[in-house]
Unconditional design. Structure first.
Lengths: 611, 373
């Protein structure tokens, strides 16, 4: 942990020699199809061939359902490929799965820690299961605990650890038997930026010191940039592979930044550009809109940059000189690379057909106010002294890693959980004590899919519509709107539980919006959703906010804060900062880092708050 | 108007979720009907086919005549004649017979000379119920045999001073099937309703849908009514099917009034729904809900008086049993079927049920919102 400078050079040398050795893992035209209960066959992997080498970190990226987890599970010997061959350490994954499992470390998305055992007991248990010799154990545990910074917490119950610490313990358990190859399935999902950086550092230390090979799948595209090799999966096929630099090389002159001005706020620029023809991606980053163009615009050399700037400028009705070029990163390349077929980002309806106009504010100007809000579960303080106010018509973000207290706060705001102390007012009332009618103007989308899975999409709409007092023609109009707006038409009579992940998310949101709420509560709407669905989601939220709906949203993706008007960052129940994205980013501004990201801000803010 | 619309949507949803879920559908229909038939045929105290062996050392006309009486009751089944005393132990040990009737070598000789004679019955005490009832039957046979002997002038002595003339009211043949089947519908619908309702809130908690209900403009009372409906409807349906089955299939007499049956069943099922919803709103997962349901079901049914008389229990337990709704419905059902009770007669069974419903239902509604983690 403390020799990062010297270790870089080591890493470089291992990379150079790694190529000559035999691959640790070799997938040869691996196919895997799953049978659905209806007898349909779903191909998860369709002839994937790739090699993983020693001494390298190989990243596996792709949208949801691209086949990342399936590939890793086949490598871990947990699934049998339908066709093709998977070879690990020179052994066939099907015939020698036991031997492979004893030499390969595998950490699934949700690592099976025993929540009621302490840190050291979990380690011992996994050492027993893996048959680690008693003699070597002590040294190994010491090493793992030092590496993961968990040494001070050996007696703490795993269930009482923070999200990041749990992941680190999971990693330590996967490493008890010094594996030759480490398979990590989305190890950093929902983990705070500080812990994410620490996890990556551990992985790199391992690669440098033990010269093991690592295959890691990730949903964070900025993490892919740190890998030695990146494999991009798309719909079960290997779409591209190479070093991150080889991906970004082709993106020169296709990435631009548009700064907000007096006429247009960043969000308006973003709404204007997203989904336009020729634009592969538009996001808000550090207060500016980052635009990726689909392909080099003109065949003539040298002019790419200028034509690109002009195209964007014309879409925004401003001069090309206001558009600047940016250094491409892996994410830009990824967004431009993935073909958009039927899963095309569904552009929400434009301003012309506004679905509804929220009621004008009745008296109180603030939609939500909390004052010194606290919540304790026994000894554990989930939320302490949270004071915030959300104005009508703004997008307000509650940001923080898993376990920070976001959901607890949310549930208190919605009246689902009593506060230990403090004051809450939503639309001028405390929802816990007020009558049922007060809840009629709110929309709520829970973190997990929480509609009736057995009922069809239509039946769910009907039930929730009527629950909020819609009926007859009004209900029909709203249902038709929801089917059209969210592209749910083909799914009308399908059971809600049988919808693919992305559509479930859409359905949940459509249901929350059916009764035209004034205030919309969205709890982790983008968790477990791939980059495309996340972009689609934010575009929608933007649209609703433009119409005056107050949106309160929680997320553990720090960069999503950019879409919010204002936000509060919480960690371990404590408020770290509150303000506009710009204000919060500026807190981390230093001479060395004049243009900090939201991640940097979180890390700077939580520096004084480490345990 | 708004309330009614919301409520009807909620009730419709509750029924849809049960009907669309193959498992819930199964719970409501298949096991109750199987249980009804199995218990009706299986749960009986009437002895039939008790295996017995005979060690007849007399081998005389009179001993044959006595054994013929035993055979003639139809309750015993002869497994064989034993040759010597050593086989007796073996026969009982190997459970080849539950009883061995031992008639001594001088049986006829002694009877004819006017002396008394003993018949030995060796019973398998490992199943005391069978042994006691079987010995009881044999006692009656011996008594009848004595009377015949007196009439034939074979045995001497005066006629016994007292003669018992038995007459059972309400259940003339003392058939335990009448006793069981009349009350069985109540117990089986208890199980169905309890499982159905104890899962209803817990399932929604587990899948997160309960939060959606709580943030929607439903009042706790509306949710309570919506959640109670399927339990009440399916519970009543089951109980009434069983009442019909008891009369039509098992020919149990129905002597009471239909109104008494309907009202007491309805009150009972509402009480069970209250308990089920209380258990459910205390649970956060379906597993907890089901566990809670069985925690209630086991003692409630064991102590209900379905199989063992409540009067046999110690006084304190009898008093505690006042809080057992199953006990009340079983008493009520038996009184309605066999005694011919009307609504007024079963009122003492109905009001405790109503009081219990008045406590559990509001408590469950209150817990909907309190207990959400």
């Amino acid at each position: 942990m403390n020799s990062s400078v010297s270790s870089v050079s080591v890493a470089l040398t291992t990379k150079d020699t790694g190529v000559e050795t035999a691959p640790l893992m070799h997938a040869d035209r691996v196919c895997k199809t799953f049978d659905t209960p209806g007898g349909k066959k779903i191909p998860a992997l369709d002839g994937v061939s790739l090699k993983i080498f020693q001494g390298r970190v190989t990243g596996l990226v792709g949208a949801d359902g691209a086949g990342k987890t399936t590939l890793i599970r086949i490598a871990a010997g947990l699934l049998v490929p339908t066709a093709g061959q998977m070879t690990l350490l020179g052994l066939d994954s099907v015939d020698h799965s036991l031997e492979i499992q004893s030499r390969v470390g595998y950490m699934p998305q949700k690592f099976g820690l025993y929540q009621d055992l302490t840190v050291i007991e979990n380690l011992r248990l996994y050492a027993d299961l893996q048959g680690v010799a008693l003699k070597t154990r002590h040294d190994r545990f010491d090493k793992l605990l030092t590496m993961t910074d968990l040494a001070p917490y050996t007696k703490r119950r795993a269930g009482a650890l923070s999200g990041g610490m749990k992941q680190k313990l999971g990693l330590a358990c996967a490493l008890v038997k010094s594996p030759e190859l480490l398979l990590l399935d989305e190890p950093t999902v929902g983990v705070d930026p500080v812990s994410r950086r620490e996890l990556w550092k551990i992985v790199y230390d391992l690669v440098e010191k033990d010269r093991i090979g690592v295959l890691v799948s990730t949903a964070y595209l900025d993490e892919a940039q740190r890998c030695d090799q990146v494999k991009v999966l798309h719909q079960g096929r290997l779409l591209a592979q190479g070093s991150p630099d080889s991906f970004t090389a082709g993106m020169q002159g296709r990435v631009f930044l548009a700064a907000p001005d007096e006429q247009m706020r960043a969000r308006q620029i973003y709404t204007r550009l997203a989904g336009q023809e020729g634009i592969a991606d538009a996001t808000i980053r550090s207060g500016r809109v980052r635009v990726v163009l689909n392909s080099p615009l003109s065949p003539e050399n040298g002019n790419n940059q200028e034509t690109g700037k002009q195209k964007i400028a014309s879409l925004l009705n401003r001069s090309a000189s206001t558009i600047t070029t940016a250094v491409p990163v892996f994410e830009d390349a990824f967004m431009a690379l993935i073909p958009r077929g039927d899963a095309q980002l569904h552009t929400p309806s434009t301003d012309q057909d506004k679905p509804w106009t929220p009621e004008p504010s009745s008296g109180e100007d603030a939609a939500v106010i909390t004052n010194n809000l606290c919540k304790k579960f026994g000894d554990f303080t989930a939320v302490s002294n949270l004071t915030l106010d959300v104005r009508r018509g703004e997008i307000f973000g509650l940001l923080g890693p898993n376990g920070a207290g976001k959901s607890t706060t949310f549930r208190m705001l919605c009246g689902l959980l009593p506060a230990t102390s403090g004051e809450i007012r939503v639309a001028g009332r405390n929802l816990r004590r007020s009558r049922a009618k007060a809840r009629a103007r709110l929309g709520y989308m829970a973190q997990q899919f929480s509609l009736y899975g057995q009922l069809s999409v239509k039946e769910n709409f009907k039930f929730f519509g009527r629950a909020y007092g819609l009926s007859g023609k009004q209900l029909k109009i709203r249902m038709a709107w929801a089917f059209a707006e969210f592209g749910l038409d083909p799914w009308q009579d399908k059971p809600a539980g049988a919808l693919p992940g992305g559509y479930k998310q859409r359905l949940s949101m459509a249901t929350a919006l059916l009764h035209e709420p004034d205030i919309l509560f969205l709890d982790e709407p983008t968790s477990g959703v791939d980059p495309f669905a996340r972009r689609e989601f934010w575009l929608r939220i933007n649209g609703f906010a433009e119409q005056g709906v107050t949106v309160i949203v929680t997320t553990h993706f720090m960069e999503e804060a950019e879409y919010c008007d204002r936000m509060v960052i919480i960690s371990r129940g404590k408020t770290l900062a509150m303000g506009t994205p710009g204000e919060i980013r500026s807190l981390a501004r230093t001479p060395e880092n004049p243009d900090p990201t939201m991640d940097d801000a979180f890390i700077a803010l939580s520096q004084g708050d480490r345990p | 108007m708004q309330t009614l619309r919301r409520l009807s949507a909620l009730i419709l949803k509750e029924f849809l979720t049960i009907i669309k879920d193959p498992k819930s559908r199964f719970v409501v229909i298949v096991p109750p009907i199987i249980q009804f038939f199995i218990f009706s045929y299986g749960a009986t105290f009437d002895l039939e086919n008790v295996r017995y062996a005979v060690f007849d050392e007399s081998r005389s006309v009179l001993s044959r005549s006595f054994l013929a009486d035993v055979e003639g009751t139809g309750r015993f089944r002869l497994t064989g004649y034993l040759e010597d005393a050593g086989q007796v132990k073996q026969t009982i040990d190997n459970e080849k017979a539950r009883l061995v009737i031992h008639i001594g070598p001088r049986f006829e000789e002694r009877l004819q000379s006017g002396r008394s004679v003993q018949i030995q019955v060796i019973a398998d005490g490992r199943s005391p119920n069978v042994a006691m009832i079987a010995i009881g039957y044999l006692g009656t046979i011996v008594e009848n045999f004595n009377r015949t002997l007196l009439e034939q002038g074979l045995a001497q002595g005066s006629r016994p001073g007292l003669a018992l003339v038995e007459r059972a009211w309400f259940n003339e043949n003392l058939s335990s099937r009448w006793f069981m089947v009349s009350a069985l519908g109540g117990v089986i619908s208890t199980v169905v309703v309890m499982i159905l309702t104890s899962l209803s809130v817990a399932r929604e908690r587990e899948f997160g849908t309960f939060d959606q209900l709580l943030v929607a403009p439903f009042s706790p009372v509306e949710i309570l009514v919506g959640k109670s409906m399927p339990g009440i409807v399916f519970g009543m349906l089951d109980a009434l099917i069983f009442a019909g089955g008891a009369v039509l299939w098992f020919h149990i007499p129905f002597r009471g009034t239909v109104s008494a049956l309907m009202v007491s069943l309805l009150c009972f099922i509402i009480t069970i729904v209250g308990i089920g919803l209380l258990v459910s709103s205390l649970s956060t997962t379906m597993q907890q809900g089901l566990l809670g349901a069985f925690l209630f079901l086991m003692p409630a049914i064991t102590l209900s008086g379905l199989a063992t008389p409540v009067e046999n229990m110690p006084m304190w337990l009898q008093q505690a049993n006042m809080f057992n709704p199953v006990r009340h419905i079983i008493t009520a059902l038996r009184r309605i079927f066999l005694e011919g009770a009307d609504l007024g007669t079963v009122w003492p069974q109905i009001w405790p049920l109503l009081i219990m419903a008045c406590v559990t239902l509001p408590l469950a509604a209150w817990l909907f919102r309190r207990r959400s983690v």
